[in-house]
Design a protein around this ligand. Structure first.
Ligand SMILES: Cc1cc2nc3c(=O)[nH]c(=O)nc-3n(C[C@H](O)[C@H](O)[C@H](O)COP(=O)(O)OP(=O)(O)OC[C@H]3O[C@@H](n4cnc5c(N)ncnc54)[C@H](O)[C@@H]3O)c2cc1C
Ligand code: FES
Ligand code: FES
Length: 487
């Protein structure tokens, strides 16, 4: 679908008619002619196409003292999973924008440490590290390496990249937290060209125009990190609507309707928003420990919870977490809105109860959990989809027994599962190694895991047993259950 959009690319403002569903990567390389944004995997996996995406902070995420309209946020994203329509009212920074005034300290660190050899991956690494300095995250060598977890390099072996990241972390450990101040300092210290830094502080207005042309297929796109991987050359007759455009789409708020407090998440809340939210962290203590188990920073920056759910993969990590937290979905469409428990949303492999035209409007889950654990086994430690996963949330009674429990498992059946037997086994019990073993036996007997390249059915059952043990160790670390379980 053709639409006029208004956006900024580096220091230039554009107002152009584009195919909304076309990929930003293709436009940047072929129309804008900026070939420094590389095409590697075209699947969000390698980071060669990384750009920085800036835009007004939406919903209730604006920092104190700033309205959502005047506050800008910057995140690294993969342009091979980003639709052109998403750029309306946003600002994209590519490697050419960073390099317009010569080498920056990030580029110098990469060169001095031998972190660039063939150079194909280097723009992506430079963007990821620059985005990290812009983001306001705590600057230290460990976090700097987390920032490049979505970038692959076939030449260097990463030791030199680690040295470059550590050097930058040392040089820039004193950045202020407010974005305008940080941008000014990054300009003064040549990380950003001065003109670019000034432009990055100012939001750009969206065109607000509607699309034209004959739409054949209508589709909601969240972050696009599932959709564009499956459809790398999207259908031009598609009329996409972007789930993050509504005013509350990315809001995370508390509600006390019905007596128990609940967390209500807009459909476009992404994984980064979720794990960094104080509201979520308070409702599900310990949830933030599992952020790095899900994808990479540029994917988390876009991957919405609703997209994870509607994609209906039996091993979706956010879905497993949300089932354990007791999530419900608010669906809206042509008929009246309705609420569905998340575990009842799935009716078969990649099949859901969504009616044609129906969308996920919001996701809510009760607060007041005492502890939360998520476990995932995959072939690679990071940046891999799960062979199996499980999540457990518990609410403890003052006498130390378990008052409420929710247990989910993925990779066990055609759909993500809620393990009610495991939950029943926990209620009224005190945590112990014996309970962990019992849960392991229940989890190993759940569903009917298939055998495939990721593991045989028997192996998956064994993993599910051990993930139950691991979850118990994580839920109650003070009991040191591992000493008895592994004796
Ligand atoms: C490199 C890489 C690594 C990944 N790693 C992981 C991982 O570790 N764990 C994991 O679980 N997933 C992973 N994923 C998968 C993906 O990132 C997640 O499933 C993500 O949450 C999908 O969200 P999205 O917003 O990008 O979905 P999209 O691609 O935008 O949409 C997915 C589907 O949901 C539909 N949809 C989206 N929003 C709505 C809505 N509001 N209402 C109705 N339908 C809607 C779309 O129409 C589409 O059919 C990875 C993906 C990539 C590319
Ligand atoms: S081309 Fe590999 S992440 Fe985009
Ligand atoms: S330097 Fe060649 S891929 Fe990284």
């Amino acid at each position: 679908m053709i639409r006029t959009i208004g956006f900024r690319l580096n220091e230039t403002d554009y107002r152009i008619s584009v195919r909304e569903e076309a990929l930003a990567l293709d436009w940047i390389r072929n129309e804008a002619g900026l070939k420094g944004t590389k095409e590697g995997c075209r699947e969000g996996d390698c980071g060669a196409c990384l750009v920085l995406l800036g835009g007004p902070i939406q919903g209730d995420q604006a920092p104190e003292g700033l309205s959502a309209k005047s506050a800008v946020e910057w995140r690294s994203v993969t342009s091979c999973t980003l639709a052109m329509g998403e750029l309306d009212g946003r600002h994209v920074v590519t490697i050419e924008g960073l390099a317009s005034a010569g080498l920056t300290p990030v580029m110098e660190a990469m060169l001095d440490e031998g972190a660039s050899q063939c150079g194909f991956c280097s723009p992506g690494f430079v963007l990821a590290l620059t985005g990290y300095l812009v983001s306001g995250a705590r600057v230290d060598p460990v976090e700097a390496m987390v920032a490049v977890e979505g970038n692959l390099c076939r030449c260097t072996g990463y030791g030199s990249i680690r040295r470059a990241a550590a050097r930058l972390a040392g040089e820039f450990s004193d950045l202020p937290s407010g974005l305008p101040e940080r941008l000014a300092i990054l300009a003064e210290r040549r990380v950003l060209p001065a003109g670019l830094a000034a432009a990055m502080a100012v939001p750009i207005a969206p065109s607000g125009e509607k699309g034209s042309g004959e739409a054949v297929a209508r589709l909601v796109i969240g972050g696009g990190t599932d959709y564009f991987v499956r459809n790398p050359d999207p259908d031009p007759s598609l009329a996409p609507s972007f789930s993050d455009k509504g005013p509350r789409a990315r809001s995370i708020r508390e509600s006390s309707a019905g007596g128990r407090s609940a967390v209500v998440l807009g459909a476009a809340v992404n994984a980064t928003d979720f794990f960094s939210s104080p509201v979520v962290r308070e409702a599900a203590p310990g949830v933030e420990r599992f952020e790095l188990d899900v994808a990479s920073p540029p994917i988390r920056n876009r991957a919405t919870l609703a997209g994870n759910i509607v994609n209906a993969s039996p091993i979706a990590d956010m879905t497993a977490m949300l089932i354990a937290l007791g999530a419900e979905l608010r669906l809206s469409g042509a008929a009246a809105s309705r609420t569905v428990a998340l575990e009842d949303f799935f009716v078969g492999y990649k099949k859901t109860v969504l009616a044609p035209g129906e969308v996920v409007e919001s996701i809510s889950f009760p607060g007041g959990w005492s502890s939360f654990a998520f476990e995932k086994a995959s072939k690679r430690e990071r940046l891999d989809i799960a062979t199996v996963n499980c999540a457990v949330a518990v609410r403890m009674s003052p006498d130390g027994t378990i008052a409420e429990a929710r247990y989910s498992a993925g990779g066990v059946a055609a759909t993500p599962l809620r393990l009610r037997d495991a939950e029943a086994a926990m209620i009224g019990r005190k945590p112990s190694a014996a309970l962990a073993r019992e849960l392991g036996t229940i989890a190993a007997g759940a569903g009917s895991p298939m055998s495939d390249v990721r593991g045989s059915s028997t192996y998956r059952k064994r993993l599910l047993e051990r993930l139950a043990w691991a979850a118990c160790c994580r839920l109650w670390p003070e009991l040191r259950l591992e000493e008895e379980l592994l004796a």
